[in-house]
Write a protein that binds this ligand. Structure first.
Ligand code: UD1
Length: 434
């Protein structure tokens, strides 16, 4: 079981290169299944969620080849319909995109209910509403999702989402891309990765307009052809390094970003006294000697991203004064605050609101990464704490951050990843340092 061992107190300095966006890649890889040709996709992040999806594609019969570290060639021309491999699908949230992609290509999909990070009930009723409107019979039974186009083919429809959902918007776009006729998605989510998925599909011959607004129009086409595409940089990975630089009082140039996607994070960091300078495709973050309190409310894009809430929560523990977080997307995304309390943080949680009495010194402790972004928050807290912090369950972190330890070490953090068997004697616990 891998853990991170962090000795706190080192400010981050230097430059870090941001990888491709996880939440775009996990939709674009399944989208390749719909392409009747060969796709070259650049800027694929090397994280366990993309590894898992590529393995699923291979099990379905796709030819997948890495052309270099972050560019893959995917050829799905010979893929024939079969059930998706359940054990792999259960492990990741984004496996739900295979429903839209397989329905679009084959008119049928059988998948497991999605896994992923657990922050409260995460239903997929809006995905199902969309697929049903497109002419599919969808049934959820014993943890499986069965979806079949009623007459073998999907048909365009007008779909109003009752809740702004990233996943449902992208899944419906996937299914509608090869449907007959026009689909209109109203109250659609507007995240940058939705635009990226639409751009990928359009570059392969789809006809999708309005992605990035709350009305997306998809004119179904008969076929998608092969082509090349580069995934956008990861907004949340970039934001995490911005917060890490601010929290440790360092100075970091964060490269390969789209500064417009980071505006809400930059704005909140500036409120804390942190200096954020934007360049064409990079941002420079200079930490302040003393951080001021700040309030955030998470909302769908262009609001403050819920995935940045835990890293900001860690920073607020250090900021002077009382900061308030209002979680506007999930019911239960404050589990990580129990871990921060183990390090001396003072946090009260009431439903979707957390009140943080900042300015307290954090001290190193053994803590858990409760989920992907909570794990990043624990690493940030550990880098700011006095003494040693041991972060367990880092497999969650590795779902979404490429080479997290390597990138932080290059910035001067004292962090090691150790792999130790759970039942071994402490004298021979460390098997490898990665
Ligand atoms: C995606 C991101 C995740 C991010 C989230 C919100 C991926 C793989 N994951 O998750 O990192 O935290 O967007 O920005 O891209 N909901 C319903 N019914 C549905 C779908 C969603 O009630 O059918 C609810 C969810 O429980 C949640 C809210 O809507 O409370 C937003 O969820 P959604 O935007 O769908 O998030 P995901 O696509 O799962």
């Amino acid at each position: 079981m891998e853990k991170y061992i962090i000795n706190g107190g080192k400010a981050l300095h230097g430059e870090v290169e941001i990888s491709g966006a996880k939440n775009a890649a996990v939709a674009i890889i399944p989208a390749a299944l719909m392409v009747d040709g060969v796709c070259h996709i650049e800027n694929i992040p090397q994280i366990s969620d993309t590894d898992m999806l590529l393995t699923i594609l291979k099990e379905l019969g796709a030819k997948v080849r890495f052309l270099n570290k972050s560019t893959i060639e995917i050829d799905c021309t010979k893929v024939r319909y079969q059930d998706a491999p359940y054990d792999l699908m259960r492990k990741i949230r984004a496996s739900y995109y295979l429903i839209g992609a397989m329905l679009g290509r084959f008119g049928s999909a059988k998948t497991t209910m999605p896994g992923g990070c657990n922050f409260g009930v995460r239903p997929i009723d809006q995905h199902i509403k969309g697929m049903t409107a497109l002419g599919a019979d969808v049934d959820v039974k014993n943890g499986f999702v069965y979806a079949d186009a009623r007459d073998g083919k999907l048909h365009g429809a007008r779909i109003y989402l009752d809740k702004v959902s990233v996943g449902a918007t992208m899944n419906i776009i996937l299914a509608a891309a090869l449907a007959q006729g026009r689909t209109v998605i109203e109250n659609a989510a507007r995240e940058p990765h939705i635009v990226d998925l639409a751009n990928f599909l359009n570059s392969m011959g789809a006809d999708i307009r309005g992605a990035g607004t709350d009305t997306v129009k998809v004119n179904g086409v008969d076929r998608l052809h092969g082509g090349s595409y580069a995934i956008i940089p990861d907004q949340i990975e970039a934001g995490t390094y911005m917060v890490a630089a601010a929290a440790t009082g360092g100075e970091v140039l964060i490269k390969n970003v789209i500064p417009r996607h980071l505006e809400c994070i930059s704005a909140k960091l500036r409120e804390t006294g942190t200096i954020v300078q934007e360049y064409e495709d990079s941002v420079l973050v200079k930490g302040a000697s003393s951080l001021r309190k700040v309030n955030i409310k998470t909302l769908p894009y262009p609001g403050f991203p819920t995935d940045m809430q835990p890293p900001m929560g860690a920073l607020m523990c250090l900021a002077n004064g009382t900061s308030v977080i209002t979680e506007g997307v999930y019911d239960n995304r404050f589990k990580y605050t129990n871990e921060l309390r183990k390090m001396g943080a003072e946090i009260q949680v009431d439903g979707r609101v957390a009140v943080i009495e900042g300015g307290k010194r954090l001290t190193g402790a053994p803590v858990h990464a409760c989920d992907l972004r909570a794990g990043a928050a624990m690493v940030i807290a550990g880098m700011c704490a006095t003494g040693t912090t041991v972060v367990e369950d880092v497999r969650y972190i590795e779902r979404g951050y490429e080479n997290f330890v390597g990138k932080l070490k290059a910035l001067g953090a004292d962090i090691e990843c150790v792999d130790e068997p759970e039942d071994s004697d402490s004298s021979d616990k460390i098997l490898c340092v990665c």
